[in-house]
Ligand binder design. Structure first.
Ligand code: PIT
Length: 395
């Protein structure tokens, strides 16, 4: 089943789309920014006292005619627009890992001799185990350790493949590998540490106001990372918001993680996947057809859709329905979440969520698409944000 626009008005009846943590409490925490009378700054942090500001500006406004008020506010606040724009459209790359790129071979030693793993601090969990914060004893360097249960030779081969892939990838938007340890029952990957958490958490966090311009910055970096991987002839094949890490809470810098399914592109290789969450799978993966670079680009389209709306474009009431929606390439922008989204954003997604692989934008083409590259569009998107702040602050 795919929701029509009439059905969409009944959120409860249309379970398929909303991205949640499956935490019913979260829904009760939904807040209207207007009711709360709070103002968010460019980092999405809430600053209390927006209401007070508004009443002060009312007093001033009463004494000045509307035309003069308009002129004054334009002159006064124009530098702020530029400042906000410069701040919030920062397109510099994220910081590099605090170590040079390394070619890692798994060591047969006890990791505890060299590193202290903080077993109480879990940074994340995935298909194959947990990620903990850890420290290199000799240098004090903070790192992340992913402990992967691997008992059989076959399981170990999968992890060795991940190490081999990471050894080839040296890019600021891709998490870097520092060391690896192999024992009888597991392999531990020691990686660059970032502290901002998963991008997924920003999508579901009702208190974090993810703007369209934020999404542009996130998607552009994912694209940069993908462009590099594809130039290296490597496919990621498991791109989803859980596999995108934010470098910090205060910036929009990201790094891609989880190269467990990544592999060198082989022209006629088919991919058999273990369906965990089928929402992100491209039609060719569902159909067990050849996978290629455009397979990652489909996932980028799904991520863009989710970041802009908080909705999952193909999610059905069960996995079967989700897979059918993907195969029928059934999705649309009918939900009200897309009302204020730019035509450029919609065009971008429309050129990625295309059933036929060969018609999808490549990573290089995506970076040239107006939604990711047009500075004047970004300025307009930023003004939309700044204007809504103005309304709270000054009127
Ligand atoms: C961090 C911080 C954090 C999670 C991670 C790293 C996880 C990285 C990771 C890397 C992989 C993988 C799974 C997880 O397969 O919160 O610095 O290659």
């Amino acid at each position: 089943m795919f929701c029509s626009s009439e059905e969409v008005s009944d959120v409860a009846a249309c379970s398929k789309r909303r991205v949640t943590e499956e935490d019913p409490v979260k829904d009760d925490l939904k807040k209207s920014r207007v009711e709360e009378s709070e103002v968010e700054n460019t980092d999405g942090q809430v600053v209390e006292g927006g209401g007070q500001q508004a009443s002060r500006s009312d007093e001033v406004k009463a004494e000045v005619s509307p035309a003069i008020w308009f002129l004054l506010s334009s002159v006064t606040f124009y530098p702020f627009y530029l400042f906000f724009f410069a701040m919030s459209s920062d397109s510099s790359p994220p910081p590099l890992a605090p170590f040079d790129h390394r070619i890692v071979t798994p060591k047969p030693h006890q990791i505890a001799t060299y590193y202290t793993i903080n077993r109480d601090e879990v940074l994340g969990g995935g298909r194959f185990g947990q990620v903990h914060k850890c420290m290199e004893n000799s240098s004090g360097l903070m790192l992340a350790a992913k402990i992967i249960k691997a008992r059989s030779q076959k399981e170990k081969e999968v992890v060795r493949n991940e190490i081999q892939v990471m050894n080839q990838l040296n890019h600021a938007n891709l998490i870097q590998l520092y060391a690896a340890f192999e024992s009888r029952h597991d392999i531990i990957l020691v990686m660059e540490y970032v502290e901002g958490g998963e991008l997924f958490d920003r999508i579901i966090d009702e208190n974090y106001n993810l703007t369209e311009l934020d999404t542009v910055l996130f998607i552009r970096q994912i694209c940069e990372g993908l462009q590099y991987m594809h130039k290296m002839y490597i496919l990621h094949l498991d791109l989803k918001p859980e596999n995108i890490l934010c470098v910090s809470r205060a910036t929009n810098k990201i790094k891609i993680i989880d190269f467990g399914l990544a592999r060198r592109y082989k022209p006629r290789e088919k991919l058999r996947v273990n369906f965990g969450t089928p929402e992100f799978l491209a039609p060719e993966v569902v159909n067990y057809e050849f996978v290629s670079f455009p397979t990652d680009m489909w996932s980028l389209g799904v991520i863009s859709y989710m970041l802009l709306s908080g909705l999952s474009p193909f999610l059905g009431d069960d996995d079967n329905e989700t897979l059918n929606n993907i195969l029928a390439c059934q999705w649309n922008f009918e939900e009200e979440e897309f009302t204020d989204i730019s035509d450029e954003a919609k065009d971008f997604i429309t050129r990625l969520l295309v059933k036929s692989k060969s018609w999808r934008l490549s990573a290089t083409e995506s970076l040239k698409h107006p939604w990711l590259s047009d500075q004047s569009l970004h300025y307009r998107l930023n003004q939309k944000v700044v204007k809504s702040h103005d309304i709270n602050l000054f009127f």
